[in-house]
Write a protein that binds this ligand. Structure first.
Ligand code: PEP
Length: 247
């Protein structure tokens, strides 16, 4: 049985005062029936992890470098995230693929390093509007899955997030049938590559304009094990509404 996961991506948002939202979240969910994760900007990972302590809320990074250390100005390694108290890292978000030209190959290297360091990876895949309109969605997702997920993935260390690029921060979401089609496809591809054990135990998240008002219908879709949430994870009150729909 896959445990549901509500993951929040704060992106490049949040100064120290934003950490109050973590207290509000853990107070609202002292014993959650699902896994909870917040990925603040790198500057807040250590403080967030210290503030959360042993409470049931994982803190994650939003990126890591494939190397453990070295001459990579401005980058953060998986070991550094672990050292700061992170349990997870988002990799291959479309904003990093676009803003930083990240390739599937680079994402796979990062994910391999993150798994070796003991982190859960949330690997993002998703098509552009142009690709969807050209009926290329499954080809694009299939290619991203094959090339960006490393061989050292397990049901425990891998989470895949399906995030249609055109749904991120836009208020638009695919139809429930479209979400189900892609999630079923991802599940089948994971089972084919890794076998039923890993394939069936890997959690698949939907991401893109998830809000308290649409979360329940999205979570009812086949093979949707939770959500990766951007904007609505910034306020504990909004994120709580999404968590409640998952529990
Ligand atoms: C995201 O950034 O991963 C995301 C899904 O953003 P939003 O929920 O704001 O669409």
């Amino acid at each position: 049985m896959r445990r549901k996961l509500a993951a929040g991506n704060w992106k490049m948002n949040g100064l120290s005062a934003q950490l109050d939202q973590l207290d509000a979240l853990t107070a609202a969910h002292p014993d959650p029936a699902v896994d909870l994760m917040i990925c603040p900007p790198a500057t807040l990972v250590g403080a967030a992890a210290a503030q959360v302590g042993n409470k049931p809320l994982m803190i994650g990074g939003q990126d890591c470098h494939p190397a453990a250390s070295g001459a990579h100005t401005g980058d953060v390694s998986a070991e550094m995230l672990v050292d700061a108290g992170a349990k997870a890292v988002i990799l291959g978000h479309s904003e990093r693929r676009e803003d930083h030209g990240e390739s599937d190959e680079l994402i796979r290297q990062k994910a391999r390093a993150a798994h070796e360091a003991g982190l859960i990876t949330v690997i993002c895949v998703g098509e552009s509007l142009e690709q969807r309109e050209a009926s290329n969605t499954l080809d694009i997702i299939g290619g991203q899955l094959a090339a960006s997920i490393p061989d050292n993935s397990t049901g425990a260390n891998l989470v895949v997030a399906y995030e249609p690029i055109w749904a991120i921060g836009t208020g638009k979401i695919p139809t429930l049938d479209q979400i189900g089609e892609v999630h079923d496809f991802i599940r089948a591809r994971l089972e084919r590559r890794f076998g039923a054990g890993v394939g069936r135990s890997t959690r698949l998240l939907y991401g893109g304009s998830v809000k308290p008002g649409n979360a329940a219908e999205i979570f009812a879709v086949s093979n949707v094990d939770g959500a990766l949430v951007g904007g609505a994870s910034l306020k504990a009150a909004d994120f709580t509404g999404i968590i409640a729909a998952l529990e």
